[in-house]
Design a protein around this ligand. Structure first.
Ligand SMILES: C[S@@+](CC[C@H](N)C(=O)[O-])C[C@H]1O[C@@H](n2cnc3c(N)ncnc32)[C@H](O)[C@@H]1O
Length: 498
């Protein structure tokens, strides 16, 4: 009952443009966010079909239900997993079920289709959603990949080994593989449900899309480092960062939204984090020069975005909206994202910042990054995972994109910005140096921001990908050496002057 009421409220608010669907769901404080999110997304997707069914059967008049609630109930009754409520709603819906079913059948006959999903508007990515593997990130703060694999094998799943190409992630039945890009990630067949599983409830596994695991993996802060997660709730990337840092160092996580932070706090507790410090604060008002952030070398920035990459939100995000409205919204988001990015680069000892969105729009991705690089010449892009199949749009192929079709994930964008190892001497060393490459974390190779420098150098990039994570230390060592050199020079110059 509560599920349907909440879903109906959210649909009504979304229709009145009182917020993005995803935000409304997260803000709802409903105990089972995933269940609510799935129901709201599915109902929204079939919205026009459901309206046709409800209107043609005069359901509102007969039951006194309001449209959003009727849509949710009809969706679950006819297309979902069956009604999960009792009482007067259930009896009303069961009474009208034959007529509702007949109305759905008539629509299918009229459109000459046999499956529900064929009723969706052309271009709707329903099939994508059903194709995406269920990714499971092992929380190495609590367990090991091997232990989780043994556990699920005992549950009857067969391990097929480590995936070597993308196609290996297309699984059916009770099979699973280890991901080919992310070592702590396992892939199961689409829609495998772990929400009630012990491993999930105990925080041993995190149910996180593969693309959303990229930012922390690529930022790769070493244990003991000081890291900022600028827009952190509900905290999946925060817990991933902490796992990479082995719960050492300091992880400052900010979010503007108190409710989302409360959800995050529970999630992080379950995941066993101890190195974090949560703050209900506007990241743009955080003072990077404050003494407590003096050792921050890594920033993860995953700001609010249009969410257009989320497969289930993709179409309804734009369907009812006028193009100009959408353009204005994107412009507002991009301006906020750029301000966050510029702000993130202000931490005095910053080495690397990862920027990500779950948007497919160039305005929120490549354009934001390009503008930021122009305004911050002491930073450059790192050429990420050379073997990753989907690159940033020109002229930023150093960045990564992700999508259901090319990477079997939700739509996503990631850029990694790195401070020139000696920003001051950047002008004299515009080309990639061997020492620069050695200073990057595992899985990365450095290219200058200049797009021409990134073209077709895949062999060199592949070998650089096997660099070890200790490389960050090399970077600071080389900076220290340069500082010492500069000090010596200065001393000599002073002596001369004297
Ligand atoms: C895309 S979500 C972050 C998801 C999160 N990184 C994760 O992996 O779970 C964006 C978050 O930014 C927060 N936010 C928006 N504006 C903010 C601001 N000015 N300062 C801090 N957080 C902000 C929102 O409340 C929202 O929780």
């Amino acid at each position: 009952m509560a599920l349907y009421l909440k879903a109906a409220q959210i649909l009504e608010k979304a229709e009145k443009k009182q917020g993005a669907l995803k935000t409304l769901v997260y803000d709802s404080r409903f105990p089972n966010i995933k269940q609510l999110f799935a129901l709201v997304c599915e109902t929204q997707k079939y919205s026009s079909v459901l309206r046709d069914i409800i209107e043609s059967t005069k359901l509102l008049k007969l039951t006194k239900l309001k449209m959003p609630l009727a849509k949710v109930l009809v969706y679950d009754l006819l297309m979902g997993q069956g009604l999960k409520c009792g009482g007067s709603w259930k009896s009303a819906m069961m009474k009208h079920r034959p007529r509702l079913q007949a109305a759905l059948a008539r629509i299918k006959v009229k459109q000459k289709v046999s499956r529900n999903e064929d009723l969706l508007p052309a271009g709707t990515q329903q099939s994508d959603e059903h194709r995406l593997p269920r990714y499971v990130r092992v929380n190495t703060l609590k367990t090991t990949v091997e232990d989780v694999m043994d556990y699920v094998k005992r549950d009857g799943f067969t391990y097929l080994g480590e995936a070597v190409r993308l196609d290996d992630l297309n699984l059916k039945g009770k099979k699973f593989v280890r991901d080919l890009h992310l070592p702590e990630l396992l892939a199961f067949p689409p829609k495998t449900d772990f929400h009630d599983h012990f491993l999930y409830k105990a925080g041993h596994i995190i149910l996180q899309d593969k693309a959303s695991c990229l930012p922390a993996h690529l930022l790769n802060p070493p244990p003991g480092s000081h890291v900022v997660d600028a827009c952190a709730a509900p905290g999946n990337k925060t817990s991933h960062l902490a796992a990479i840092m082995r719960n050492t160092g300091r992880l400052f996580a900010f979010d503007l939204d108190a409710q989302r932070l409360a959800t995050m706090s529970t999630l992080l507790l379950r995941a066993g984090l101890t190195c974090h410090q949560l703050a209900n604060q506007d990241f743009l008002k955080v003072d990077p020069d404050s003494p407590q952030y003096k050792d921050v070398e890594y920033v993860l920035l995953d700001p609010s975005c249009s969410g257009s990459g989320m497969v289930c939100l993709r179409d309804n995000a734009t369907a009812d909206q006028k193009e100009e409205e959408e353009e204005a919204r994107l412009a507002r988001l991009a301006s906020f994202q750029l301000r966050c990015l510029n702000h993130g680069l202000r931490f005095p000892r910053l080495k690397r910042l990862v920027y990500s969105t779950c948007s497919i729009h160039r305005q929120e991705n490549e354009e934001v990054v390009a503008a930021c690089l122009q305004q911050n010449p002491s930073f450059r892009l790192v050429h990420l995972l050379p073997q990753w199949p989907e690159r940033g749009l020109e002229p930023l192929p150093q960045c990564l994109r992700a999508s259901a079709t090319k990477t079997l994930t939700h739509g996503f964008f990631v850029a990694l910005l790195e401070k020139h190892s000696a920003a001051a001497s950047a002008k004299q060393q515009p080309v990639l140096q061997k020492s620069d490459a050695a200073a990057t974390p595992s899985g990365l190779s450095v290219m200058e921001e200049e797009p021409a420098a990134s073209g077709g150098n895949s062999e060199a990039s592949d070998s650089e990908e096997r660099l070890t994570p200790t490389a960050g230390e090399t970077d600071s060592q080389s900076t220290k050496r340069k500082k010492r050199k500069r000090k010596k020079k200065k001393k000599k110059a002073t002596e001369k002057a004297e």
